[in-house]
Design a protein around this ligand. Structure first.
Ligand SMILES: [Zn+2]
Length: 631
């Protein structure tokens, strides 16, 4: 019989401890400490509290826990002296069936890893979906992590230990993240479509209106209809728009006696008769994210935000339930700006931001956007004016919408480091970019004394270090010099020129402006002191998109309802929500990424357990909105 949370909450301490037996390898003290915080509101909360215990236990206890683990496919496995849990995991990953070559490679990696870090390599071999990593994946991860910094690798081992404990807990409670698994599987299935040149190498690349892109749209449309959306169509820019309509009759909730709440059916109270005065047109909740990708992308960037609400609509449809508002899920056709210079083509079309000149833009193969649109049969008449008219008609009337919410993988390391599956976005950062060049004097590296140089690279280097320090001072600003070049430099010449780039971001415009002001002032100062001059031009400036407070609070309440602590963070990356922000209130929910949150990279990953929590948080948000409309 699987364990239940109420059993665990009610059991006497020794019994409760034995219920959590084997969670952490030879280390019952972790469960013991967490159990002191009973009652648990949810298994997700218990999982988080366990991570907190280990976090507070300090480095010595953490290393001891890691050392309590067996090596992967190591001596303990061969001599069959593993714990029952480890035997199950290692055999499920097929490690007991290694070829002689694989076995030898693993032994070699074990030895190198131990020599470098002083503890065994830990990997949750059942993987992000709980079904087991392949031996090739295990070996590749092992090889990659061997190059890590010891401090990072220590934390990565602990995160894998928590993931192992999470799966063991799921087994104890008989929990399967069914909805998360479906979302995970949809993303996996969609990643089968990739462009020629990438697909052959197992890489995911889906740029605007390529054949792979069109196949994705058709697949998403089909899934939406299968999930019970009332309609799903591909619009004039290639967005897939699915709608799940509201209750047929929705009454004005501002009128106190208009509604009686009777098991989610919204009936008029006035002697059982409809009151035409209070009948209102239901509004629509807008949500979604993009399905295009960068080149050699991860599988979850954008797509997670399509499939999480899709799973919610499917559950509503299965329950035969409608809400007092409609749900519109848009799979945006273009966000990444990979094929053409324009970005946010999908969400931009909804805000009326589509420049007709974009149709003449050429991709790297000389194909215009208009030709690509015709190839994709987005405008069956083949008439440019008609196409532009159809695109203009995509502009949404904000008064018909409640707001826009977007679920997205974090694409950063913050939630992963905090052991938190979900985070609430406070704002999409303001940003500004510059390209510049410092001009000094190229002179002989041997004959020019240090106090008589005009070294352009040193001035830029000084600025790079200032950027690092100045952004860190804000706590949540970021500043990057991604390009730093000495054009035609020589090993024996003092750099006469040095070109560089600046990328500055902060959660609000004022903070960004202050950062920018200080950086430009220092550039001036450094150059004056060094007797060099500079040129600099801004190339991009985008305002911050702060979350609408009432919508941010809804996400916070949803996270709280799952028993998880609320962590607020700004989004360093741009998102479709930034575009919708121009016309309606918006707020985003972030989902933790594995592998330190790496993104725009095939290593991008998140677990089906985290996806399950994202679906549950989205369902909570829908309940809140439904509750508000009926109160
Ligand atoms: Zn994205």
């Amino acid at each position: 019989m699987p364990l239940t949370l109420s059993q665990l909450n009610a059991a006497p301490a020794p019994e409760a401890l034995s219920m959590l037996d084997g969670l952490y390898e030879h280390s019952p003290w972790i469960a013991e400490a967490a159990l002191q915080q009973r009652p648990f509101q949810s298994v997700a909360q218990l999982k988080y509290l366990l991570t907190e215990v280990l976090d507070k236990a300090g480095r010595k206890a953490q290393i001891a826990l890691i050392r309590a683990h067996p090596e992967l496919a190591g001596k303990a496995m061969v001599s069959q002296s593993l714990t029952a849990e480890s035997t199950n995991e290692q055999s499920k990953a097929g490690l007991t069936n290694c070829s002689a070559e694989e076995f030898a490679r693993l032994q070699q990696l074990n030895a190198e890893y131990n020599a470098k870090f002083g503890w065994p390599f830990i990997l949750a071999v059942r993987g992000p979906r709980g079904t087991g990593l392949s031996r090739a994946e295990i070996i590749a991860t092992f090889e990659r992590r061997l190059h890590g910094h010891p401090d990072f690798e220590l934390q990565e081992c602990l995160r894998n230990i928590h993931r192992i404990a999470e799966i063991r807990l799921n087994d104890k409670f008989g929990l399967t993240p069914t909805l998360g698994n479906d979302v995970w599987d949809w993303q996996e299935a969609l990643s089968e479509f990739s462009e020629p040149g990438f697909a052959e190498q197992g890489q995911l690349t889906v740029t605007y209106l390529s054949d792979a892109h069109r196949a994705c749209a058709a697949r998403i449309q089909g899934w939406m209809l299968a999930c019970g959306f009332d309609s799903a169509h591909i619009d004039a820019v290639g967005n897939v728009v699915g709608r799940y309509e509201a209750l047929a009759n929705v009454f004005d909730t501002s009128s106190q006696d208009a509604i009686s709440n009777n098991n989610d059916s919204y009936l008029p109270r006035q002697n059982g008769e409809y009151s035409p005065k209070t009948l209102i047109k239901p509004k629509t909740l807008l949500t979604g994210s993009h399905y295009d990708t960068v080149r050699n992308a991860g599988k979850y960037d954008g797509r997670l935000g399509i499939f999480v609400p899709m799973a919610c609509v499917r559950e509503l449809h299965r329950a035969g339930r409608r809400l007092p508002f409609a749900i519109e899920v848009v799979a945006f056709a273009e966000e990444e700006g990979q094929r053409f210079k324009a970005t946010f083509l999908g969400s931009g079309a909804l805000t009326g931001d589509f420049n007709p000149e974009w149709l003449d833009q050429l991709d790297a193969d000389g194909i215009s956007m208009w030709q690509a649109m015709q190839h994709a049969v987005l405008c069956p008449s083949g008439d440019k004016a008609a196409a532009l008219q159809a695109i203009a008609a995509l502009k949404r009337d904000p008064t018909q919408y409640m707001g826009f919410v977007e679920v997205h993988i974090e694409q950063g390391p913050v939630l992963n480091a905090l052991n938190l599956p979900l985070g609430v976005v406070t704002a999409i950062n303001a940003s500004v970019r510059y390209v510049g060049e410092v001009i000094g004097t190229a002179s002989h590296a041997g004959t020019t004394p240090m106090n008589q140089r005009q070294d352009a690279a040193c001035a830029v280097a000084e600025l790079a270090l200032y950027l690092e320090q100045r952004a860190a001072q804000d706590g949540d600003s970021v500043a990057t010099m991604g390009q730093l070049n000495v054009p035609a430099g020589s090993i024996n010449v003092v750099p006469g020129r040095c070109s560089f780039s600046l990328d500055l971001r902060a959660p609000n415009d004022l903070q960004r402006n202050a950062l920018e002001g200080d950086v430009l002032q220092k550039l001036e100062q450094f150059c004056t002191r060094r007797g060099v001059r500079y040129e600099i031009q801004p190339t991009m400036r985008v305002s911050a998109a702060p979350s609408a407070p009432e919508w941010q609070q809804r996400w916070e309440a949803a996270v709280t309802a799952l028993g998880l602590p609320v962590h607020r963070l700004p989004s360093g990356a741009g998102h479709d929500a930034m575009k919708l922000h121009e016309v309606m209130p918006q707020a985003m929910l972030f989902v933790r990424g594995q592998n330190a949150g790496i993104s725009h990279n095939p290593l991008e990953s998140t677990t089906s357990d985290d996806m399950q929590l994202a679906v549950e948080a989205f369902a909570q948000l829908l309940e809140q909105l439904a509750g508000k409309n009926r109160s």
